[in-house]
Design a protein around this ligand. Structure first.
Ligand SMILES: [Zn+2]
Length: 351
């Protein structure tokens, strides 16, 4: 009898080791399997100080690590409020692996109600990756996220919405490069799994920031350059708090967690509708400073030659007109009057 029991016990023990998660260490603390912990990470640069609120979920079962950032732009509220909901909708007892969720990456932009940039150093967090340990406060936030979250992740997701002036079509997106087919494919599957009507390919072939010696600039590009499958969410518009996009961001993250096997999927047999794939993006940049009038809204399909909007000077005289150069979908259009030379007024998605 003992002869049979002993190998059986050994097998059970080794199986437990295979499937049981161990404690996860983050910022010097141990997070037991099946629990979550909140962290308030202090960041200091000279006389500037800020914090990064982070929630780490350690699943009961072993698995991969997913990094998620919200609030890289602190005026983009839908993902920030969705991250607050994810605190309770991700149950670590029902989780395999680890999720590191940054609640509000750019706290100074959030607290200062400042679109795009931190009022502390006037820098855009999504243009300074990988950041710098000796840099300004925004560069140090990027440095912390790179070293403590991105490098620990097997998958990465950054979540955005239309900032204060941006009317936006909701979409999932993924980073793609022809030299990284497997990583790009996983990213595409992540983006598709979220369940948006549109999925945008961020094709990085030939992009300067993909060169080894150039900074990645973008949060998600930092992950992708390191060989981590990487997706983005863009959902919500005009810096507004609306219930539907908040719920959409939350549900799309949960959909992705099921797809990546972080959470069990009870409805795996339910096929969601395939999204429209958007392969290209055309940027229409303003040559004038003045007052912009949008003639189209996000989600509108336009035909080549249609007028998208126009700019007047401060005395009502038209100084610039914008026309669609191809058929496409308005992914983003400035929805408020102020416009400055060299700013993007429209992003047209081409199919
Ligand atoms: Zn953003």
């Amino acid at each position: 009898m003992l002869k049979i029991l002993c190998p059986l016990l050994l097998l059970i023990c080794s199986l437990q080791n295979t499937f049981a998660q161990s404690s996860y260490q983050f910022d010097g603390r141990q997070i037991k399997p099946g629990t979550k912990q909140h962290f308030t990470i202090p960041i200091v640069s000279g006389k500037d100080t800020t914090i990064i609120p982070v929630t780490v979920f350690n699943g009961l079962k072993k698995g991969k690590t997913l990094g998620i950032t919200a609030g890289v732009h602190g005026y983009e509220y839908a993902p920030i409020l969705a991250a607050q909901k994810l605190i309770s909708s991700i149950d670590p007892k029902n989780l395999s692996g680890v999720i590191i969720l940054v609640q509000i990456a750019n706290m100074e932009s959030f607290r200062g109600r400042s679109p795009y940039i931190s009022p502390a150093d006037r820098k855009n967090l999504n243009r300074v990756f990988p950041g710098s340990a000796n840099g300004t406060i925004t560069e140090r936030v990027a440095d912390y996220i790179t070293k403590n979250i991105i490098v620990k992740s097997d998958y990465f997701l950054d979540t955005h919405s239309g900032d204060a002036p941006e009317d936006l079509t909701a979409y999932g997106a993924y980073y793609s490069n022809s030299s990284m087919p497997a990583i790009s494919k996983t990213g595409k599957e992540m983006a598709v799994s979220m369940g948006f009507d549109y999925v945008v390919t961020f094709d990085t072939d030939g992009k300067n920031y993909m060169n080894k010696n150039e900074p990645a600039l973008y949060c998600t590009a930092e992950a992708f350059k390191r060989g981590i499958p990487a997706a983005d969410i863009e959902c919500g518009r005009l810096g507004m708090v609306e219930e539907a996009p908040v719920k959409k961001v939350e549900s799309s993250v949960l959909n992705m967690l099921k797809h990546l096997k972080f959470m069990p999927d009870e409805h795996a047999e339910v096929q969601q509708q395939a999204p429209v794939m958007i392969k290209g993006r055309m940027y229409y940049s303003s040559k004038q400073t003045g007052i912009f009038y949008a003639l189209k809204k996000a989600r509108e399909h336009v035909k080549k030659g249609m007028q998208l909007g126009y700019t007047t000077n401060y005395f009502g005289e038209t100084v610039e007109k914008f026309y669609a150069q191809e058929d496409g979908l308005i992914l983003l259009i400035i929805g408020t009057p102020a416009i400055n030379k060299d700013e993007d007024v429209v992003v047209l998605g081409t199919l």
